[in-house]
Design a protein around this ligand. Structure first.
Ligand SMILES: *[C@@H]1O[C@H](CO)[C@@H](O)[C@H](O)[C@H]1NC(C)=O
Length: 75
């Protein structure tokens, strides 16, 4: 997840707000229009965030523990 290297923080924050408004089924179109931000960029960032959490969900505790165990054995 290299969002912070690719996008300014205010757009990442707006993407989080966008996800929250969609999740809670709030009508935020007018609010975002007033900000005059490029909603394609905000939506792209939102998709990247959701993709991250979707992929993160697939990493089980077992896999994390295996990775930590491997690290522990490194000299
Ligand atoms: C949005 O994402 C699509 C697909 O990943 C990409 O092709 C497009 O260039 C992106 N647009 C912007 C404005 O970031």
């Amino acid at each position: 997840m290299d969002l912070i290297l690719m996008h300014p923080s205010h757009l990442i924050a707006l993407a989080c707000l966008y996800i929250a408004t969609v999740y809670r089924e709030k009508d935020s179109i007018a609010w975002f229009e007033e900000l005059q931000v490029d909603m394609i960029v905000v939506k792209n960032i939102s998709m990247e965030i959701l993709d991250f959490y979707e992929n993160h969900r697939l990493i089980t505790d077992e896999r994390i523990n295996m990775a930590f165990n491997k690290l522990a054995f490194k000299p």
